[in-house]
Design a binder for this molecule. Structure first.
Ligand code: PEP
Length: 249
């Protein structure tokens, strides 16, 4: 049985005042029936780890470097994230692939480093609107999946998030059939590569304009084990109903 996961990506949002939202979320979910992960900006990980100690909310980073330390101005290593209190890291988000020109090969190296450090990696994949129109979405997802995911991955250290780029922050969501097609495909690919034991234990998240209003429908799709949520994870008021929708399953 895969434990459901509600993951929040705060992106470049949140000052220390935002810790109050985390606290409110922790108080609203003292014994959640699903895993809850919040990935705030790196500046908030250490204070959040302190504020949330004793709660059931785990913290994660939004990126890491593939090296442990060195002359990489502005970068953070997986070891540093872990030292600050992170248990996970998002890698290969489309905003990093697009705006920082990250390739799937780089994502794989980062993921390998993070997994070696004991962090759970949430590896993001997704097609652009143009790719969905002009090519075969499953080819794009298949290539990203095989190149971005390290061989060392297991059901504990790997989560894959399908995030169509055109659905992120846009209010547009794919149809349940479109989400289901990609998730079924990713599951089959993971089983083929890692065997059915590991392949079936990796959690697959959907991300892209998830909110309270569409959560039930999305969580009812086979092989959707939770969500990676951007905008609606910023406040306890918006994120709580999504967590509750997942807990109902
Ligand atoms: C995201 O950035 O990972 C995301 C899914 O954003 P949103 O929920 O705001 O579309």
């Amino acid at each position: 049985m895969r434990r459901k996961l509600a993951a929040g990506n705060w992106k470049m949002n949140g000052l220390r005042a935002g810790l109050a939202e985390m606290d409110a979320l922790a108080k609203a979910h003292p014994a959640p029936a699903v895993d809850i992960l919040l990935c705030p900006p790196a500046t908030l990980i250490a204070p959040a780890a302190q504020a949330l100690s004793g709660s059931r909310i785990a913290l994660g980073g939004q990126d890491c470097h593939q090296e442990t330390s060195g002359a990489y101005t502005g970068d953070l290593s997986a070891q540093m994230l872990k030292d600050a209190g992170a248990r996970a890291v998002i890698l290969g988000h489309s905003e990093r692939r697009e705006k920082h020109r990250e390739t799937s090969e780089e994502v794989r190296l980062k993921a390998r480093a993070a997994q070696a450090e004991g962090l759970m990696t949430v590896i993001c994949l997704g097609e652009s609107a143009f790719q969905r129109e002009a090519t075969n979405t499953l080819d794009i997802i298949g290539a990203q999946l095989s190149l971005s995911v390290p061989d060392e991955s297991t059901g504990e250290n790997l989560v894959v998030a399908y995030e169509p780029i055109w659905a992120i922050g846009s209010g547009q969501t794919p149809t349940p059939e479109q989400i289901g097609e990609v998730h079924t495909f990713m599951r089959a690919r993971l089983e083929r590569r890692f065997g059915s034991g590991v392949g079936r234990s990796v959690r697959l998240l959907y991300g892209g304009s998830v909110k309270a209003e569409n959560a039930d429908e999305i969580f009812g799709i086979p092989d959707v084990d939770g969500a990676l949520v951007g905008g609606a994870s910023l406040t306890a008021q918006d994120f709580s109903p999504i967590i509750e929708a997942l807990e109902k399953l």
